[in-house]
Design a protein around this ligand. Structure first.
Ligand SMILES: C[S@@+](CC[C@H](N)C(=O)[O-])C[C@H]1O[C@@H](n2cnc3c(N)ncnc32)[C@H](O)[C@@H]1O
Length: 213
């Protein structure tokens, strides 16, 4: 068995994401990934794209909502979801009157109405939160939401294809990202970038469904 196919990540003692949000309460500093600002890699990438002119965007595992708000500010019609009801409550409270449609939803049971609907799907740090055996299903579910000509923007901690993941967040291998390609999308951008310690590096990648943009 290859290291990156190890089906036994150490999930047993880990708190769920809902546990982490609930325990933090209003102390967002206790949520390790909560920057309370949009992800700089997404901001930079969106800044290089043509105006979306009302296209729809789906934000996967949206956490506290900053990436969703950024996409909406840029002109996307945004749906953002998270498995954690507490995270979604925070989004609605932090951004009252937001144009974003925030929803509690499970990536693995997305509404059928979302299939093939979105011009942009944003995946930031959710894949790396999922145990390895769920990653093929996760990339398939994300890809299914992309309309012809639409794209997935993915940003995650990276590991080599043969490298064993150690602890959550479990960095993502390029082979796992190619689940988007297996689901019918083409890899149109891929960057392997250094990260600040203690993290090793990031992948930033874009996958595009063939069709008119
Ligand atoms: C590390 S956090 C990242 C949050 C946000 N994307 C960010 O970068 O700040 C991972 C998020 O994925 C959510 N999540 C985990 N499993 C999920 C699932 N099956 N469906 C939807 N969201 C999920 C968690 O609740 C959590 O908010």
């Amino acid at each position: 068995m290859r290291a990156d196919q190890d089906p036994r990540p150490d999930t047993g003692q880990l708190p769920t994401f809902e546990d982490i949000y609930v325990r933090a309460g209003q102390d967002f500093g206790a949520i390790p990934w909560a920057a309370l600002a949009p992800n700089p890699a997404l901001v930079s990438w969106l800044g290089r794209q043509p105006p979306p002119s009302g296209d729809r965007a789906l934000i996967i595992g949206c956490g506290l909502g900053d990436d969703a708000e950024e996409a909406a500010r840029r002109g996307y019609q945004v749906t953002a979801f998270d498995l954690s009801p507490t995270a979604i409550r925070h989004c609605r409270e932090r951004f009252p009157g937001s144009a974003v449609d925030y929803q509690v939803a499970d990536l693995f049971q997305l509404p059928a109405a979302w299939t093939g609907t979105f011009g942009l799907v944003v995946e930031i740090r959710t894949l790396q939160s999922l145990p390895l055996p769920q990653r093929a299903d996760a990339t398939r579910a994300m890809a299914a939401a992309v309309r012809p000509g639409g794209r997935v923007f993915a940003r995650c901690l990276a590991r080599g294809d043969g490298e064993p993941p150690v602890s959550r967040p479990w960095p993502v291998s390029h082979r796992e990202l190619l689940g988007f390609a297996a689901a019918g999308l083409r890899e149109t951008e891929f960057a392997d970038q250094p990260a600040t310690p203690p993290h090793g590096r990031f992948f930033t990648a874009v996958y595009t469904r063939p069709g008119p943009a």
